[in-house]
Design a protein around this ligand. Structure first.
Ligand SMILES: [Zn+2]
Length: 272
């Protein structure tokens, strides 16, 4: 599932390609009209007709196209991928939507599992209400994280997955951050020591920044754009490494399930 670094990499790739483009029409090549979450197929075309894309940016795990009026927001969910134009050999079976521009360019949304969605909002209030601070912004620091965990009696892994606390984190980078901070994924958030919260508050932006530099991680069938793939996989320490030795203490890494999510950790470095 694409997380903050993957979504940021998609944004970095598409921003120069889509900026200034004017929307001609939006279609659903495979007829999956549920992809238009906030509007009917007809209405999404009425509200976006001839609007210009002024900017492309990321908010949490959403790709936001800032239009001359309102915002088109894309959530990739599990398997969504964006692709510029289309080649004759490409099947349209998994293309839930396509945006055609007045210039003749087009962008296709390919989504095998069909959980991805397109939203149109007049403003970003709904997303602002849903999402906590951006982990790469000045608002995220030790004091913010400490304040948030203090009020939480749940386990740290689901706490970090909850987009209301920190926007954009997901399974892969949470496992990596917890390993780096020597915190067990099932540890009750409010009981984690202050020094470890400090390490965690440094680890989160550090790992995300590194992952963005390498265009994210390719695992779980993630790719975007044309011929651009993520390269962060080589730097993972625990995610997907169950049965291998911990890079720090050589203990065999384990995989368990926390909140139904596959979770990787070192039983020696990360004690409950
Ligand atoms: Zn270890």
């Amino acid at each position: 599932m694409p997380e903050l670094p993957e979504v940021q990499s998609v944004v970095n790739y598409f921003k120069p390609l889509l900026s200034e483009e004017k929307i001609h029409k939006i279609t659903s090549p495979n007829g999956y009209e549920k992809v238009f979450d906030t509007h009917s197929f007809l209405n999404i075309n009425i509200v976006t007709k001839s609007l210009r894309i002024n900017d492309v940016f990321r908010k949490g795990k959403y790709i936001v196209l800032e239009l001359s009026k309102g915002y088109l927001c894309i959530h990739l969910r599990m398997t969504g991928q964006l692709q510029m134009d289309i080649r004759e050999a490409d099947s349209l079976k998994h293309c839930s939507f396509a945006i055609f521009f007045e210039s003749g360019k087009s962008v296709y949304f390919r989504d095998y599992r069909k959980f991805g969605r397109l939203y149109y909002y007049k403003d970003l209030d709904i997303l602002n209400d849903k999402l906590g601070v951006e982990p790469l912004s000045d608002k995220f620091d030790y004091d913010y994280l400490l304040g948030r965990v203090k009020g939480s009696n749940g386990m740290i892994k689901p706490f970090l997955l909850n987009q209301k606390h920190i926007a954009g984190l997901g399974n892969i980078y949470i496992d990596e951050c917890l390993w780096l901070s020597k915190i067990h994924p099932k540890k009750i958030a409010s009981r984690i020591s202050k020094p470890k919260i400090r390490v965690l508050s440094d680890a989160i932006p550090k790992i995300l920044t590194q992952a963005i530099e390498f265009n994210g991680t390719t695992i779980i069938n993630f790719s975007y754009g044309n011929q651009v793939t993520g390269d962060f996989k080589q730097f993972l320490n625990v995610f997907g490494k169950q049965g291998e030795a911990c890079p720090r203490c050589k203990t065999i890494l384990k995989k368990i399930f926390v909140s139904q999510r596959g979770t990787h950790y070192c039983p020696k470095c990360q004690k409950v």
